[in-house]
Design a protein around this ligand. Sequence first.
Ligand SMILES: [Cu+2]
Length: 295
Amino acid sequence: MSPNNRAEEPRPGAPGRGSPARLLRRWLPRAAAAVALALLTTGCDSSWVDNLGLRNPLTTQAKLTVHLWQGAWIAAFCVGAVVWGGILWAVIFHRKRSDAIPYQVRYNLPIEIMYTVVPFIMVGVLFYFTARDENRIDALSPHPQVVVDVTGFQWSWEFQYPQYAVRNSANGVTEVGQMWNGTLGPGDNEKYLPLLEIPDHETVRFNLTSNDVIHSFWVLPFDFKRDVIPGHPNHFQVTPTATLYSGPDTIGRCSELCGLYHSRMLFRIKIVTPAQFKSWITAQQKLQNASGGAQ
Ligand SMILES: [Cu+2]
């Protein structure tokens, strides 16, 4: 460092153009305004913010997914706060004061060990909570209260309730419908889509199979989707925690690109009270007994 450079250095603590206090005064209001603007312009409602982009969970399993998601974000924010804090601290309090090369540090063993151990701990914590919740979400009870056999095909769905017998049918009450019709409006279309009706607060097991290619069964408020694969039955179980009668979340989807009309492979889902479910299933049994098959 030359004596000339030292002479150009500002006096420590002097309120020069780049002093920390002055920088903070200038940038803090701007940063606060930018964050407020981002929140306002994204137009998110509070549940979107609470769930960090996931749908409002309507099953005990979906609540686990949302909690895991929130926990992962909180952990990421904590790590982010340490990193951002370090960056801001360096930017504000260690600004360039001369052209001299700073003091060089190499091979600081404690820091090298910390760089290795801390990421391992972070991965370990994320792995533990993910594995624990995945096992809970995938758990199947040996005696589910309602069983639904789901069959995906190009480009619609069939729902069978094998516990509720129908005359001349080995599959029980069966719900079929049509794929979304591009020439009809949303209201009319919803009358023709296949209907999946399940009771609130009861364990419902889904057995998934496909007749042709790989599909994926996706119900938004389950915060869950599972592949529907030909020749490889898949299963999962949910326990709804609330009813669902209307709104955009009542449209279920195929989420695996499965051919030309993949985007039209929709169905309706309703979560009703157990009493409503019983009377609906009894009505379907009567109707299908009379006609000798699915409606
Ligand atoms: Cu599909």
